[in-house]
Design a protein around this ligand. Structure first.
Ligand SMILES: C[S@@+](CC[C@H](N)C(=O)[O-])C[C@H]1O[C@@H](n2cnc3c(N)ncnc32)[C@H](O)[C@@H]1O
Length: 347
């Protein structure tokens, strides 16, 4: 075997181990097994009873999780390993990645459809990716919204931040809002503002409405099912988080937003942090995003009868060119640091 072949084979074996373990993480998340272990170490019989599952399966999962390093074993008793609660249970915490398994399952479930789509050229509607992908995206982005959006990102543009803090309260429009976490975070941080979220996906809008009620901001945060290009009203701030690249007419959306900006208003966009031009091999984050693009974003956008189907990889020069052709003379690429997203301001 050549060294190249050996290296690639080892890399794919590592990826297979990771993928298989991710599916077992999803088992633990979906069945509440990590949650059951949060309070105290358990043996298989106790775990089975607490979580309402079969004892033999519980035993195998516990051993496998300890073998993988997610749990520790002390005889027949198993406990969460250091960090497991932060990463797999603390949804909303800064280290949460408990839906990595859910994401993987969501992508895997649709892969046979993607195979067909590659043959036919057809798209796969976002809604058909189902709850795994919908929740996976929401939970993946939530720590960034909860811990960075109003603590770092918006304060990075003082003019926007001060308008959000001013009275009368600013009107904010959150396009491609998904399950609504960004809209809700904004409303919680800036008590005078009203936020309207718009998204094409009915299940996301339903979840967003429920989440706003739970967060106690439903009086100031509303959600509309619709296309981001179909707008009314006047807004001091329009946000688009990880959604412009998914839209079937991104230039049309930016063009539709422009006349909706109140005097002094801005568009604040967070989209993928990828290199400015195609480079292979790419960095790890770009590799992840390309895989999402092949398996999810591109098929979902193609289902919108798109004017343009970009896929996940939205490079800064492309976004700047879109903004210019939509009538924004001086689009800004902002110097706000983040591993996953790059930020832009248009006005
Ligand atoms: C990757 S998700 C991001 C959701 C949310 N902004 C977040 O960061 O968690 C992209 C969202 O864009 C929505 N979307 C795609 N095309 C759209 C369009 N033309 N108009 C409105 N929403 C759209 C999808 O339904 C999906 O909820």
């Amino acid at each position: 075997m050549t060294t190249d072949a050996q290296n690639l084979s080892e890399r794919l074996l590592g990826a297979l181990i990771g993928a298989a373990e991710l599916f077992t993480v999803e088992l633990g998340r979906e069945l509440g097994l990590y949650a059951a272990l949060r309070d105290r170490p358990l043996g298989a019989a106790e775990l089975a009873k607490t979580a309402g599952i079969d004892e033999r399966y519980a035993q195998e999962w516990l051993e496998q999780q300890a073998a993988a390093g997610f749990l520790t074993a002390d005889g027949d008793t198993f406990a969460l390993a250091g960090g497991t609660a932060d990463v797999l249970l603390d949804e909303g915490g800064p280290y949460f990645l408990g839906t990595a398994g859910e994401f993987a399952v969501g992508l895997g479930l649709l892969t046979p459809r993607v195979v067909d789509a590659f043959r036919t050229g057809e798209g796969i509607p976002y809604a058909e990716y189902g709850r795994h992908i919908r929740h996976g995206i929401a939970a993946f982005n939530r720590p960034m919204f909860d811990h960075l959006l109003t603590a770092e990102w918006l304060p990075g543009v003082p003019e926007i931040e001060s308008r959000l803090r001013a009275t009368p309260g600013a009107n904010v429009l959150d396009l491609g809002c998904g399950s609504g976490r960004s809209s809700i975070t904004l409303a919680l941080a800036y008590p005078a503002i009203t936020v309207r979220g718009i998204d094409l996906d009915p299940a996301s809008i339903e979840e967003a409405r429920a989440a706003a009620a739970t967060a106690g901001v439903a009086d100031r945060v509303s959600f509309t099912l619709g296309d981001a290009a179909d707008l009314d009203g006047s807004y001091d701030l329009v946000t688009i988080f990880e959604a412009l690249h998914d839209m079937g007419d991104p230039v049309g959306v930016l063009r539709a937003v422009r006349p909706r900006l109140a005097p002094g208003g801005s568009v604040f966009i967070g989209d993928e942090r990828v290199s400015d031009e195609f480079t292979a091999p790419a960095g790890e984050i770009e590799r992840l995003q390309y895989a999402f693009s092949v398996l999810h974003c591109l098929p979902a956008t193609r289902a919108e009868q798109p004017v343009l189907a970009n896929g996940t990889i939205l490079r800064a020069p492309t976004l700047v060119a879109w903004a210019r052709s939509a009538g924004y003379d001086t689009p800004e690429v902002l110097a706000i640091p983040n591993d996953f997203w790059r930020f832009y301001r248009l006005r």
